[in-house]
Design a protein around this ligand. Structure first.
Ligand code: ADP
Ligand code: MG
Length: 628
């Protein structure tokens, strides 16, 4: 049960014997919860509470899927109730009309859900902004009317006489018997979900919230990852529907309509959409509250009606105002914090890429051009980077430097020209393909996950280097067959963090770092991809003098190890002392190229960009440190 937490489980797992010497609170708490649950049906608990607990379990299962989809993946769905319906109707139809076993009904339900979710996912996962939630409303409505209008599904009356579920020959006739089936499934879903989230593919799913651009630049196939969580959430909903059908022994379209889809989303949001535990809390609170209000409000108001909906609405507004992360995040503040995980233990090194021979032509940028409407942001710019060089790309704000980076790394498409890497054309390839070749980058405006630990943020960079990277690794992660992979990846992240000087911040939230250090974090993340060419967009911005010197020393050391670097930087001292060659841009055009000494004497550069005074200050400083 150790995995039922949002703690950095992977880190704790790696800590091995040391973790076992002190029982952390969350394990004790999980154990107590499980024991209390297991005791409920055998104690003389009133039937009413058992029924309530059964429904809370069924709703939790759907809400866990929403935590993954909405909370972690950032995709809002109002349509989960429709997938619950698919699970319920599949088993209802096959068991009553065809006389098949409920287990075949479950398999069929899962197969139908898989097909529908893949199809719907493939169409809708490419949508962004408001289109996706709207699309989920559309399919939810269409499936509801489909259930209600199909003759063989009994139209709006539905299907009755669904048989009792049997497990190992034991019929689960009573609510008490179903209780175990439901809650075992819920706990399993929590376990699988937590395992997934604390893994390489899980971090890739979490990275979706940091922006598709960053995730793709780290080699993550975001379209696939989105589809995977979408299917997982649909599967959980389907299993909930299957259990529901065999608990109720009858189905009709009402519980699978849009209203219920919205309620499921309510549950996840109220509980805390960022945590697996939030799903249980949300399902519990809303189910109990609904029951209490349905009894209380008609008495208070003297007439019947769905008044609880109004209370829910008010509650939602208050909650979003005062605790937007849901009840769980509020509760977890009161829980004692677990033991601090210690740095990941040494693990076998990940395989490294063969470095190109010094002087080999690595990057060949040939007359690249980028137009945004009428604006020519990059105007037929050409330059080269050879292996073992640090090349600086400088120029005033708006000169087109970041856009040039975007063209090289596949973030933006070229209007004209081409980019070659080690002789092969890479222009207009996807970012995730370009990083595979050995080009990794940082961003001028940092792209990281502020509430994720520094260590895990950096581990995202090693996405392509996992043992299971080729197959996706989702199933392996859920079953925790990936321990070895995790150990290696997290240790690699630790090594890179120590290399850039953030070794003492491993388990801090990335958002708590100063902006300059967040940039350094991005360098560590890029290094995790084992690049041969590193593209750094203003890496020293926001760093103090000594930190800049440390960064320059690191970049020189990397060059000494055969790494090539292309960097954009405004600090002239930094650039002049570090780079082998400079490319100067202005208004999208390359106006000069050469050694720092040549560039600082170039009249065009003096006039157009730096101003005579600025250059005077650095006279003679150029060549000192190069070759160090
Ligand atoms: P730099 O990094 O050198 O400061 P940029 O490459 O960010 O400059 O920008 C170059 C020019 O292209 C600027 O005028 C900027 O406004 C414009 N630009 C950059 N990205 C876009 C975009 N996505 N759409 C429209 N214009 C853009
Ligand atoms: Mg820029």
């Amino acid at each position: 049960m150790t995995m039922l937490t949002e703690e950095p489980v992977a880190g704790a797992a790696a800590s091995g014997s040391r973790a076992r010497t002190r029982l952390p609170w969350h394990r004790v708490l999980t154990l107590l919860c499980v024991l209390a649950l297991a005791a409920m049906p055998v104690l003389p608990t009133p039937e009413f509470w058992i029924t309530l607990a059964n429904y809370i379990g069924l709703y939790s299962l759907v809400a866990i899927g929403l935590v993954l989809l909405t909370g972690v993946g950032g995709m809002t769905s109002f349509g989960q109730a429709a997938f619950v319906g698919l699970g319920a109707y599949s088993t209802a139809y096959l068991t009553t009309q065809c006389g098949l076993s409920p287990w075949l009904g479950l398999l069929a339900g899962l197969a139908v859900t898989l097909c529908c979710a893949s199809l719907i996912g493939a169409i809708t996962m490419r949508m962004s902004g408001h289109y996706l939630p709207l699309a989920t409303i559309a399919w939810s409505l269409s499936l509801f009317y489909l259930f209600g209008n199909l003759e063989f599904l009994g139209k709006y009356d539905g299907i009755t006489g669904i048989p009792v579920l049997s497990v190992f020959g034991i019929p689960l006739q009573s609510g008490r018997a179903m209780f175990y089936a439901i809650w075992v499934v819920v706990l399993l879903a929590m376990l699988l979900s937590s395992n997934l989230l604390n893994s390489r593919p899980g971090r890739a799913i979490r990275a979706l919230k940091g922006g598709v651009t960053m995730a793709e630049a780290m080699g993550i196939f975001t379209g696939w990852m989105k589809t995977v969580v979408f299917i997982m959430a649909a599967m959980f909903a389907c299993i909930s529907g299957f259990l529901y059908a065999h608990l109720q022994r009858t189905v009709n379209p009402t519980p699978f309509g849009l209203n219920h889809g919205i309620e499921y989303l309510f549950m996840a949001v109220v509980g805390g959409v960022g945590h697996v535990w939030g799903a249980i809390v949300g399902a519990g609170v809303l189910t109990i509250l609904k029951d209490v209000l349905q009894g209380l409000l008609p008495k208070l108001l003297g007439s019947t009606g769905n008044f609880e909906i109004i209370v829910f609405g008010v509650l939602m507004v208050l909650l979003l105002q005062y605790s937007p992360d849901g009840i769980w995040s509020y509760l977890s503040r009161w829980l004692p914090s677990g033991p601090r995980a210690h740095a990941p233990d040494p693990a076998p090194a990940l395989p490294v890429r063969e470095k190109p021979a010094s002087g080999e032509l690595l990057l060949d940028v040939r007359a690249v051009r980028k137009q945004f409407g009428g604006l020519v942001a990059v105007n037929d710019v050409s330059f080269e980077v050879r292996a073992g060089e640090i090349v600086g790309l400088i120029g005033p704000n708006g000169a087109g430097k970041s856009t040039t980076f975007n063209l090289i790394t596949g973030v933006a498409s070229l209007t004209a020209g081409e980019v070659r890497y080690r002789g092969e054309r890479i222009s207009n390839e996807y970012s995730r393909e370009i990083v595979k070749r050995g080009i990794c980058r940082t961003f001028q405006h940092v792209h990281l996950l502020p509430s994720m630990s520094v260590l895990e943020n950096v581990a995202i960079g090693a996405h392509l280097r996992g043992d299971f990277a080729a197959q996706g690794g989702v199933a392996a992660a859920m079953l925790r067959l990936n321990r070895e992979e995790e150990r290696k990846l997290l240790f690699e992240a630790r090594v890179q963090l120590e290399r850039v000087g953030l070794g003492d911040r491993l388990y801090d939230e990335a958002g708590s770092l100063a902006l300059g250090q967040q940039r350094v974090l991005e360098i560590a993340r890029a290094l995790c991809a084992d690049p041969a060419l590193l593209l750094l967009d203003e890496p020293a911005a926001g760093l103090r003098h000594l930190e800049k010197q440390a960064l320059a020393a690191l970049l020189r050391k990397l060059r000494g190890e055969g790494m090539s670097v292309l960097l954009v930087e405004h600090d002239m001292d930094f650039v002049m002392n570090l780079t082998d060659r400079l490319v100067v841009m202005e208004f999208g055009t390359r106006i000069a190229e050469g050694s720092p000494e040549d560039v600082q004497r170039n009249p065009a550069v003096l006039e157009a960009y730096l101003g005579t005074d600025a250059m005077g200050e650095h006279e003679g400083a150029g060549g000192d440190a190069r070759g160090a």
